[in-house]
Design a protein around this ligand. Structure first.
Ligand code: SF4
Length: 356
């Protein structure tokens, strides 16, 4: 564990111990003084650093709390620190601000966007509500605050099914609008045996009479997870079949339903990390952002993880130790959410946290 009391040499030794097997020593040596500065500034500012599972390993190490969107939202709701530095993408930092209006919330890079979050607007949600009156809206946490504000409840990839069941029972409906991830919606529909439609703006005023559906989806996708294919899985299985070694495929629920159907396990990033520990003797192909594999290896040096590092999230990768240090040093870049939006978004997020 890294602490502000450690010298640069001690920090370097710790980084080398954790990442020496997959990161050149010189790279870790260069990062050690910046890590030292982050640890000092964190104390000085009474700041907490939240690090998403997709952070590059050294950024992940400087975080006080690591996890997926749900875990980090919970941490953000509980913190007593004056400042939150969110090492993740902007919609995550916005969620922290929604839950902590009186705290300073920073995101280290202004380029930390997300293809899913950018795939839907608040006006799109209002249009869908008009098109499907009285149907409650479940929105994936990977959206901006103004979209959350138009929703009844949020969910993460870890609790999407539970939230859909809760919403239908709570609102007494047979239908739910699930936004914006096309694949996550398809996977929830498949898992719960429900039929899903993806309406277009031209589908007016409503789908054809008599059409049997219980979920209404949207066409946004994660630009990382949509790239994994069934062919990737077959290739890896074929290679391992030649050696007789056991191989398991873990896929994130933002992958396509076809990929999920061919996988052995599908769950949020934090649940995947816990599941890896239960299979110490198998090789595990992780179909998710590559940095997560590095972070798993750092805490489980014997884990046999296969990653597809040709596919990286260009947004998560804009967060570095250098811009995390700059965020603390210059108190940049502050995340703000207009109060009327914040209040409505907070209700949807707090419902999600309460459902668990
Ligand atoms: S991995 Fe996908 S969902 Fe996550 S931030 Fe990147 S683009 Fe968005």
């Amino acid at each position: 564990m890294l602490t502000a009391e450690m010298s640069e040499d001690q920090i370097f030794a710790e980084l080398l111990n954790r990442h020496g097997s997959h990161t050149p020593a010189v790279e870790l040596k260069i990062k050690a003084p910046t890590v030292k500065e982050i640890l000092r500034l964190k104390q000085e500012r009474n700041a907490v650093i939240l690090g998403h599972n997709y952070m590059e390993p050294v950024v992940y190490d400087v975080a006080d709390y690591q996890g997926d969107s749900l875990e980090l939202s919970r941490r953000a709701a509980q913190t007593t620190a004056d400042m939150i530095v969110f090492c993740g993408v902007k919609f995550m930092a916005e969620t922290a601000k929604v839950l902590n209006p009186d705290k300073t919330v920073l995101v280290p890079s202004q380029k930390a966007g997300c293809s899913l979050a950018a795939g839907i607007t608040a006006q799109d949600v209002r249009d869908l509500r008009e098109q499907f009156p009285d149907v409650p809206v479940v929105t994936y946490i990977n959206t901006y605050a103004d979209v959350k504000a138009e929703s009844d409840v949020c969910c993460t990839s870890g609790n999407a099914t539970k939230v859909v069941e809760w919403t239908m029972s709570q609102f007494g409906t047979e239908k739910v609008i699930f936004l914006p991830d096309e694949y996550l919606a398809g996977n929830v529909a498949r898992e719960t045996g429900r039929r899903i439609i993806y309406p277009t703006k031209r589908m007016s005023p409503n789908p054809q009479p008599g059409l049997d559906y219980q979920m209404i989806g949207w066409h946004a996708r994660c630009e990382v997870h949509e790239k994994f294919t069934v062919h990737d899985i077959h290739r890896v299985r074929e290679e391992y079949a030649k050696t007789g070694e056991e191989v398991l495929i873990f896929a994130h629920p933002e992958c396509s339903p076809e990929v999920i159907a061919e996988s052995d396990y599908s769950a949020s990033t934090s649940i995947m990390i816990a599941e890896v520990k239960k299979h110490p003797h198998a090789a595990i192909l992780l179909l998710t952002e590559c940095s997560m594999g590095d972070n798993i290896i750092a805490s489980n040096p014997d884990a046999n993880i296969i990653r597809m590092c040709s596919i990286r999230c260009p947004h998560m990768n804009t967060i570095t130790v250098e811009n995390t240090r700059d965020a603390l040093l210059n108190v940049q870049y502050q995340v703000d959410v207009p109060e009327d939006i914040r209040i409505r978004a907070a209700l949807a997020v707090q419902r999600m946290i309460a459902i668990g």
